[in-house]
Write a protein that binds this ligand. Structure first.
Ligand SMILES: [Zn+2]
Length: 325
């Protein structure tokens, strides 16, 4: 499963930070965050609110563009080892300079340089999707969108929103999506994870994204599933994340196969892999065991992901050739 070529669209940079990397950085900085680790060395959390707290504590050791450069390289190395050819990474100006544009440019420069280095040494192509954090509120989201619009280009190719989906309503964040759309960025939004079908409908109406992060709970409303299929709204599915956070008891109860059967475009990602003790190889193995998915299916999913990717057409062509080769 590790050898299969993969395309991953839904990965949070801080959420992908290897625990050993964060522990090492904390030690260098004489910061004590030992409380966020389990005895075996991984991240320890108990429910979604606590997960967000542990996530922020882990991110708190990342304080400079140089830290982010090292983080991106560490994450790229793990993704490449997992078989990822092309990946989009969610980056938050909130964590990179507090939403200030000048500071964001410094962080972004360091990350884009790391991505170029990773491409040269590991053969993995990475792009950035600026992601606002919903529970930080509309004003911070507006600043994140401005950072995205001002730095849209080769590396930054999309804008989205993550965080706690139950906070406020999509309309409160419309400004950011309009701003990003005008800047030519692709749009994605976390929806249909903590809120049901109505959360997805509200998000589509307010933001018109071409992709949804998760979107799994569309399955509770089959008319909505048909709508997603008809409009070719792509779902960035992260089954392991949903299982770890308790949305479904096990992979057999996850709607991934049913959504696929009903014609919804989708791809498989890991969201925050070390937090959820997962990798793409593990996700693929679980899908193989539960639904008998074989290599042709995984190949199709990778091409579907690439279709929904926000990169420029030349990059898409180049990666497609690699996937088909
Ligand atoms: Zn996510």
């Amino acid at each position: 499963m590790r050898r299969l070529a993969k395309v991953e669209l839904h990965l949070h940079l801080e959420g992908a930070a290897p625990p050993a990397f964060i522990r090492g950085l904390a030690a260098e900085k004489h910061m004590d965050i030992s409380g966020i680790f389990a005895a075996e060395g991984g991240y320890a959390w108990k429910d979604f609110p606590h997960f967000l707290k542990v996530y922020e504590a882990a991110s708190s050791v990342l304080r400079t563009p140089a830290d982010y450069r090292r983080l991106l390289l560490a994450v790229a190395e793990e993704r490449a080892a997992d078989g990822v050819l092309y990946g989009e990474i969610f980056l938050s100006p909130d964590f990179c300079g507090g939403g200030e544009l000048a500071a964001w440019r410094d962080y972004l420069g360091a990350m884009a340089e790391a991505a170029r280095e990773a491409e040269a040494t590991l053969g993995i192509t990475l792009r950035g999707v600026v992601t606002a954090v919903r529970h930080f509120g509309p004003e911070q989201a507006r600043r994140a969108a401005l950072c995205a619009a001002e730095t849209a280009g080769d590396f930054i190719c999309g804008f989205g929103i993550g965080g706690d989906e139950t906070v406020l309503s999509p309309a409160d964040f419309s400004w950011g999506f309009d701003c990003a759309r005008e800047a030519g960025l692709g749009l994605t939004a976390h929806a249909g994870e903590w809120r049901g079908p109505e959360g997805i409908r509200d998000s589509l109406a307010a933001w018109a994204p071409s992709r949804l992060g998760h979107g799994v709970r569309a399955i509770e409303d089959l008319a909505l599933v048909d709508l997603l299929a008809e409009r070719e709204i792509h779902l960035e599915l992260c089954p392991g994340s949903n299982l770890a956070l308790g949305l479904y008891p096990d992979i057999r109860h996850h709607p991934v196969a049913e959504l696929e059967r009903r014609g919804v475009k989708l791809s498989i990602s890991t969201d925050d892999p070390p937090f959820f003790r997962t990798s793409l190889a593990k996700e693929f193995a679980a899908l193989h065991r539960a639904f008998d998915w074989e290599e042709p299916q995984f190949r199709r999913i990778a091409l579907q992901a690439l279709d929904a990717a926000f990169c420029d057409p030349d990059t898409r062509k180049r990666i497609t050739a690699k996937l088909e080769g």
